[in-house]
Ligand binder design. Structure first.
Ligand code: FAD
Length: 477
């Protein structure tokens, strides 16, 4: 069995540690932040500060593929999340008329997990700490790699307290900064170029707790209520234990929305968003956090993780350290979970560090992440142009033709409002159960999109730009 050192004890690093320890490997996890608090999960989550993970204080959902990974690979983690109050959401409740008449065998997979990210991370953390072969070292930063004499293989890491940790496998789970890029440079190796594209989102999140037990309104998006509209997005995600979060997303240079960090402006815009008002009505829920703001990182696929030319054997990236896509799609945690377990499968299939193991790991990361990077790049290009036109008043850019003539996600979304087959295909893609190519490039699917896009659907009463600007300024329309 190998010794695996993992840099980063967040979703990707913890999942890697769990997967490796369940296979009998010895694991040392090095985490820059301190340990999570002890005590009952609900209470500990409220006291947990994650200074190195700013997105931890933002709205999260776990898509169907993340649920599938937990169900099949770590059912005890899913059970612990559910015991902490997380709920499985049946996405079929949001189907357009007609889907119920044509059930399909894999409909059971169309579920999402309503759980705050910190709750999921905490139960994962505790599951890792319960493993006998895992040691987690907190408050330490991995600074560089140990390499063999030939300079071809990673043999461990050094930390900022001067320690040297020997290992057969080094996993970079340090998040979007992908610290292994600097480790490679320090070791004198080239770092392959990344693929990047803009996301252009400024996001605002606030958490609430319901006073009662019933949901105040339906989840029109299955795992969420709200809209991804023509100039902003306003989305509500149910969480664990009667909590929910509301996230508002605008262009970073949308000056009229600059005040959204102010609770009054945030509440006013959120309440103007279709589907969110009932959750914010008097006496329904209480805020349990301030409004947090974040500028999202670009979409990125890390070249040094996915390139078939790997300069150093025994070094791997997982989770955001391998690739990031726009958080509006809510995929990062699910992809990190899937990636971690696939990486450990691969290390068992290719136990010897060397070019074959490195090429296989790069191919695994590329196969898993490239479809989502490409889809996010196209969706964001279309959305950013549309939002910018609405915000500036400029004429909208012509709708771009997608990869290989693939219809834009927005077009597919319009067709999904009336066509059950399109709805099911779109939902499977949005939930990570099928790749965009597998569904959207099917000629029969495209024909249904072309036909259905002209069928009038019930309008979503999203606020106009002028109404939203008034709401942000504090005037309810
Ligand atoms: C606003 C926002 C909303 C999002 N919403 C969703 C959502 O709804 N659903 C979803 O699935 N995803 C969502 N995501 C994405 C998701 O948060 C990330 O994909 C996920 O956190 C990635 O986990 P990770 O473990 O790879 O990295 P991170 O969570 O960033 O963790 C990296 C860890 O590495 C540690 N670290 C860093 N450097 C070092 C070092 N040198 N040595 C030791 N430790 C180190 C850090 O302290 C941290 O613990 C969202 C992201 C954002 C920004």
């Amino acid at each position: 069995m190998s010794t695996v050192v993992v840099a980063g004890a967040s979703i990707a690093g913890l999942a890697t540690a769990l997967a490796a320890s369940l296979r009998g490997h010895r694991v040392i996890v090095v985490e820059r932040d301190g340990p999570p608090p002890d005590g009952p999960v609900a209470d500990a989550v409220g006291r947990w500060a994650r200074p190195s993970v700013p997105q931890a204080s933002h709205s999260h959902t776990l898509t169907s593929v993340g649920v599938r990974v937990l169900r099949t690979r770590a059912p005890h983690v899913l059970a612990a999340a559910r015991a902490a109050g997380a709920q499985l959401l049946d996405l079929l409740t949001a189907r357009p008329p007609g889907v119920a008449d044509e059930p399909e065998a894999d409909d059971a997979e169309l579920v999402a997990l309503a759980c705050r990210r910190t709750t999921l991370e905490l139960v994962l953390h505790r599951a890792v700490l319960d493993q006998p072969r895992v040691q987690v070292r907190y408050g330490l930063k991995v600074e560089a790699l140990l390499v063999d004499r030939a300079g071809r293989r990673a043999t461990g890491v050094t930390t900022d307290d001067g320690d040297r940790i020997a290992a057969d496998v080094v996993v970079d789970a340090t998040g979007w900064r992908a610290a292994s890029r600097s480790w490679l440079r320090i070791a004198g190796h080239p770092v392959a170029a990344d693929l990047t594209s803009p996301t252009d989102i400024r996001g605002y999140s606030r958490f609430y707790r319901l006073r009662g037990t019933d949901a105040p309104g339906p989840l029109n998006r299955g795992n969420a209520a709200g809209v991804v509209g023509d100039h902003y997005a306003g989305v509500l995600h149910p969480g664990d234990g009667g909590t929910f979060s509301i996230a508002l997303a605008v262009l970073p240079d949308d000056d009229a929305m600059r005040e959204l960090r102010d609770p009054a402006a945030f509440t006013s815009v959120a309440a103007s968003t279709p589907g969110l008002g009932p959750w914010l009505a008097d006496g329904v829920a209480d805020p349990i956090s301030p409004v947090h703001a974040i500028s999202t990182r670009p979409n990125v696929l890390r070249g040094h993780v996915v390139s078939p030319e790997q300069p150093l054997a025994g070094l791997f990236g997982v989770g955001d350290a391998a690739g990031v896509t726009n958080p509006l799609f809510g995929r990062g945690v699910s992809l990190a979970l899937a990636h971690a377990f696939e990486l450990v499968d691969l290390l068992d299939a290719h136990p010897d560090p060397g070019p074959a193991q490195s090429r296989a790991a790069a191919a695994t990361a590329r196969d898993l992440l490239l479809p989502w990077y490409l889809q996010a790049t196209e969706d964001d290009r279309e959305r950013i142009a549309r939002w910018r036109a609405a915000v500036t008043g400029a004429p909208p850019a012509p709708a771009p033709v997608g990869h290989g003539g693939r219809p834009a996600l927005r077009t597919i979304g319009m067709a999904a409002a009336t066509d059950p087959v399109v709805w099911r295909g779109l939902t499977r893609v949005l939930m990570g159960l099928a790749t965009p190519a597998a569904v959207f490039d099917d000629e029969g699917f495209r024909a249904r999109v072309r036909d259905a896009v002209h069928v009038p659907a019930a309008p979503t009463p999203a606020p106009t730009r002028a109404a939203l600007v008034r709401a942000a300024a504090g005037e309810r329309s």
